[in-house]
Design a protein around this ligand. Sequence first.
Ligand SMILES: *[C@@H]1O[C@H](CO)[C@@H](O)[C@H](O)[C@H]1NC(C)=O
Ligand SMILES: *[C@@H]1O[C@H](CO)[C@@H](O)[C@H](O)[C@H]1NC(C)=O
Ligand SMILES: *[C@@H]1O[C@H](CO)[C@@H](O)[C@H](O)[C@H]1NC(C)=O
Ligand SMILES: *[C@@H]1O[C@H](CO)[C@@H](O)[C@H](O)[C@H]1NC(C)=O
Ligand SMILES: *[C@@H]1O[C@H](CO)[C@@H](O)[C@H](O)[C@H]1NC(C)=O
Ligand SMILES: *[C@@H]1O[C@H](CO)[C@@H](O)[C@H](O)[C@H]1NC(C)=O
Ligand SMILES: *[C@@H]1O[C@H](CO)[C@@H](O)[C@H](O)[C@H]1NC(C)=O
Ligand SMILES: *[C@@H]1O[C@H](CO)[C@@H](O)[C@H](O)[C@H]1NC(C)=O
Ligand SMILES: *[C@@H]1O[C@H](CO)[C@@H](O)[C@H](O)[C@H]1NC(C)=O
Ligand SMILES: *[C@@H]1O[C@H](CO)[C@@H](O)[C@H](O)[C@H]1NC(C)=O
Ligand SMILES: *[C@@H]1O[C@H](CO)[C@@H](O)[C@H](O)[C@H]1NC(C)=O
Ligand SMILES: *[C@@H]1O[C@H](CO)[C@@H](O)[C@H](O)[C@H]1NC(C)=O
Length: 470
Amino acid sequence: MAPSTALWAAGLLTLVSNIRAVPVVSETTTTVFLEPTNLPSPYAISHHNVTSHGPYDGPPATTTGALSTSILAPSIAPAPPPPQIVEYEADGQLHGDQPMPFTPSGGIGTNGSKPIYKVASDFDYQSLALALYHEWIELDLFHWGLATFSDEEFEEYGITAEDRHLLQHMADQEIGHASVIANMLGPNAPKQCTYNYPVSNVAEYIDFNQKLTRWAEAGVYGFLPHLNSGPAANMLLQSITVEARQQLIFRQFGGQFPMPEWHTPGIPQSWAWTLLAPYISSCPYNQTRLVWQNFPALYILNQPNPARINGSAVWNETTGGYANTLSTEGIPEDELCINSEDELSDCKAAVSQNRTVPLSYPGREVFLKWDAPGQLVGPNNSYVTTTNVAEPKFAAWLSQLNVTYTPLLNVSLDDRTAYTIQPNVSTWKNNPAVNGTMFIALTDVDLFVTPYNVTMVNPHVAALAVYQAG
Ligand SMILES: *[C@@H]1O[C@H](CO)[C@@H](O)[C@H](O)[C@H]1NC(C)=O
Ligand SMILES: *[C@@H]1O[C@H](CO)[C@@H](O)[C@H](O)[C@H]1NC(C)=O
Ligand SMILES: *[C@@H]1O[C@H](CO)[C@@H](O)[C@H](O)[C@H]1NC(C)=O
Ligand SMILES: *[C@@H]1O[C@H](CO)[C@@H](O)[C@H](O)[C@H]1NC(C)=O
Ligand SMILES: *[C@@H]1O[C@H](CO)[C@@H](O)[C@H](O)[C@H]1NC(C)=O
Ligand SMILES: *[C@@H]1O[C@H](CO)[C@@H](O)[C@H](O)[C@H]1NC(C)=O
Ligand SMILES: *[C@@H]1O[C@H](CO)[C@@H](O)[C@H](O)[C@H]1NC(C)=O
Ligand SMILES: *[C@@H]1O[C@H](CO)[C@@H](O)[C@H](O)[C@H]1NC(C)=O
Ligand SMILES: *[C@@H]1O[C@H](CO)[C@@H](O)[C@H](O)[C@H]1NC(C)=O
Ligand SMILES: *[C@@H]1O[C@H](CO)[C@@H](O)[C@H](O)[C@H]1NC(C)=O
Ligand SMILES: *[C@@H]1O[C@H](CO)[C@@H](O)[C@H](O)[C@H]1NC(C)=O
Ligand SMILES: *[C@@H]1O[C@H](CO)[C@@H](O)[C@H](O)[C@H]1NC(C)=O
């Protein structure tokens, strides 16, 4: 096999011309890792086509729970902002000498120090390892769909041979993403696993992809600006922008409006891991473990169903908690939007589709059920769901730039059920904050958080789900 062109195509070849050759054990099968002071290796990571799918049925794991060391406190206390941001006078004038012509003073990593494309802290390592778990599942998931569903089944949804080529291409892009992240992690980077997908037809598959790529994307936005390693952030950013396009394309494949939101939200790493882990069946022996929390599942009992003409007229039409992806089981043919002749309510794959009957709307009663903590989830059932919350009191709607809390009503702690009302909030003008593929967490307090400190809500989270607004 020729060296992968993935990184070369990204323009790195010109940059790597002065690299000391990284020892290449074998170009075909061996993962070639970055020497700490070098650029990522131009060789693609070794990978294979995962052949086993389905729930984990192996022996109980010998190690369970998240990775941890000494824990200093149950939560992080708020503190004043960094003075240099407060003090900087944003008046459009220059306030310092210029380091070179046409270059303002300031910035991070701008003083000529050599960029090193590796993680620089536990925070970086764990965040990039989480991202790598996502790239691995996508590599398999996108191939798996092509191998599992027939051309005719795709074509029923308007997904043509050319569209399927795009799906194949998106799978291949994951090789590059996995390679670049694994390089920055070094030899203990998490390996490819086996997976369990909650889908049985093309509509369910596309919806799962559309939701998974959203939480994978949002998961990276949550930590990217917090990474210690600017160079690692740079490389990851250049992959995640492609992931964002994949998310949009899966919405188009599913006949949904491609990007209803004006801003893509960022979520804490533990939210991304909570949503991903249930779909990983097993990972290889000695797999690198993660520090992140697995929250209990939240079931949206009337999760809007994009396969329906009237997507909000639903009860219990998902394939389960966490992702809450759509199920088409038992829906009468004439209620499926794919069969609609009306241009404003049909949902064949398209660049854009208007949906005249909205999937959700402010004032909608949203019915919720959640799991108790203490369940085994994730690879080899080796992680355990946890929460500090005894009694959830709020639904946190995380979308766009906002976290909005609504009170939980009719809470039953015995049944673990409640309902809440979809809020009527907006970002700018009348752009609804609650729109698109977004997130709901149950919490015990309505802690004020903004995009850069959203993780502070974690000690207050009881359960978590993807919500299909729009
Ligand atoms: C995986 O399968 C696809 C066909 O679905 C093939 O193109 C690709 O080469 C295979 N990859 C590996 C690493 O075997
Ligand atoms: C540039 O900045 C980095 C970190 O901010 C610092 O460690 C390094 O010493 C600086 N290099 C020079 C040449 O000033
Ligand atoms: C979501 O955004 C789309 C596109 O702007 C808009 O047509 C739709 O009405 C919005 N949905 C909701 C529930 O506000
Ligand atoms: C997970 O299970 C698989 C299959 O039983 C096994 O090969 C692997 O070693 C296990 N992984 C871990 C990390 O225990
Ligand atoms: C397991 O991984 C650790 C690093 O996490 C490594 O030191 C050790 O050699 C590995 N063991 C085996 C048997 O591969
Ligand atoms: C769609 O379903 C909702 C919820 O059942 C209902 O209130 C609404 O009237 C329906 N809309 C149409 C156009 O049928
Ligand atoms: C939802 O449907 C599943 C089967 O499809 C059933 O097992 C479950 O009890 C239902 N849940 C509710 C709350 O109706
Ligand atoms: C699509 O929906 C928007 C509002 O959401 C409306 O302004 C526009 O006229 C609709 N276009 C068509 C072709 O129906
Ligand atoms: C909430 O509980 C009250 C009292 O039991 C009941 O009358 C009402 O119908 C419930 N509301 C919903 C939306 O279930
Ligand atoms: C939402 O709020 C806007 C602005 O306050 C208002 O114009 C609109 O009628 C509200 N919509 C609903 C459904 O309450
Ligand atoms: C949503 O975020 C925007 C931008 O930060 C802000 O202006 C707006 O007030 C927020 N809305 C709510 C309800 O928090
Ligand atoms: C999060 O940031 C906002 C400012 O953007 C601040 O007002 C709030 O107190 C912070 N929340 C926590 C829990 O630290």
